[in-house]
Design a protein around this ligand. Structure first.
Ligand SMILES: [Zn+2]
Length: 298
């Protein structure tokens, strides 16, 4: 058995990297391995699954009747296809002062370090337990962990605090900005472009909404909350996609805008969404309905 914690971590990391846990694949083989490793050290674990053929794993080391510190990581990785890898992505390759492989940093390295520490936790943990939480489908919208969060929400004992081993350049990051994503559909009235006054141009009104979002972003940057722990230190609003129209000589009756808000903890994203909604109702829908009653911004 390798002696140092680093050696044990690297051995475990090599095993974890070799499981192809791209978000499109099942993580059950990896979870089975982790479960076996924990069991070898006398640690029981619970799986929280849904119908995706994947599982979250939850375990407690030490007294289970009181809250402890949770160490959490995701087990899935992003794809490696079509990328210029110089080493096999699903194998661990040792370099001079680092190792290479898909997920080495994000975030099987952390999971391996936690697993390598399990014997020490088992030996030393007395009053405050350590919880382990390993999730799936993080890279595709943090979908997998939701079942586990639901389970913990109703559990008699919840963790006191949680350390997530996401790569942050070895700096402590105390929080992540909040994120809200929206798709906005503007519905107008089609017509021939020679008779624009008879139609309701959805692209025109969607553009006004995009401009309002841009103004909101500027206002938040200038007057909103600030927190130097975040980069940038203010809440951001951004339009990511804008689609509409089918031909130059047709007044477009439909346009879609996707936008997002990434808010500081102190900023209320509901208030921002309410102001967007109010702008759409009071400034856009009212004007559109002067021509066509069925106009809408949804
Ligand atoms: Zn990650």
């Amino acid at each position: 058995m390798p002696h140092s914690l680093l050696d044990r971590t690297l051995d475990l990391l090599a095993t974890l990297i070799a499981f192809d846990t791209r978000s499109s694949q099942s993580n059950l083989a990896l979870i089975g391995f982790v479960r076996g490793h924990l069991a070898e050290h006398g640690v029981e674990s619970t799986l929280v699954c849904d119908d995706t053929g994947k599982a979250n794993l939850y375990a407690t080391i030490g007294p289970a009747d009181r809250p402890g510190l949770c160490l959490s990581g995701h087990t899935d990785v992003v794809p490696a296809t079509g990328q210029p890898w110089k080493v096999p992505p699903f194998e661990m390759t040792r370099g001079v002062d680092r190792v290479f492989g898909r997920g080495t940093a994000d975030m099987k390295g952390f999971v391996a370090a936690v697993l390598a520490s399990v014997p020490r936790f088992v030996e030393t943990v007395r009053d405050v337990p350590i919880h382990l939480a390993f999730s799936y489908d993080e890279e595709v919208g943090c979908r997998g962990v939701r079942g586990l969060i639901d389970r913990l929400a109703t559990a008699p004992v919840k963790p006191l605090a949680c350390v997530i081993g996401e790569p942050t350049r070895m700096q402590v990051a105390i929080a992540h900005k909040g994120k809200r994503a929206y798709r906005c559909c503007v519905k107008g009235l089609p017509g021939h472009s020679a008779l624009t006054h008879l139609g309701v141009n959805a692209v025109d009104f969607a553009a006004e909404l995009v401009t309002f979002l841009r103004r909101t972003a500027n206002d938040l940057r200038t007057y909103g909350e600030r927190d130097p722990e975040f980069d940038p230190p203010y809440t951001t609003v951004h339009t990511g996609t804008f689609n509409g129209g089918i031909a130059l000589n047709v007044v477009p009756d439909s346009a879609q805008v996707e936008f997002e808000i990434r808010n500081l903890p102190a900023e209320n994203p509901d208030a921002i969404v309410r102001s967007v909604r109010a702008y759409a109702d009071n400034n856009l829908v009212t004007a559109m309905r002067e021509t066509f009653d069925g106009s809408a911004v949804e």
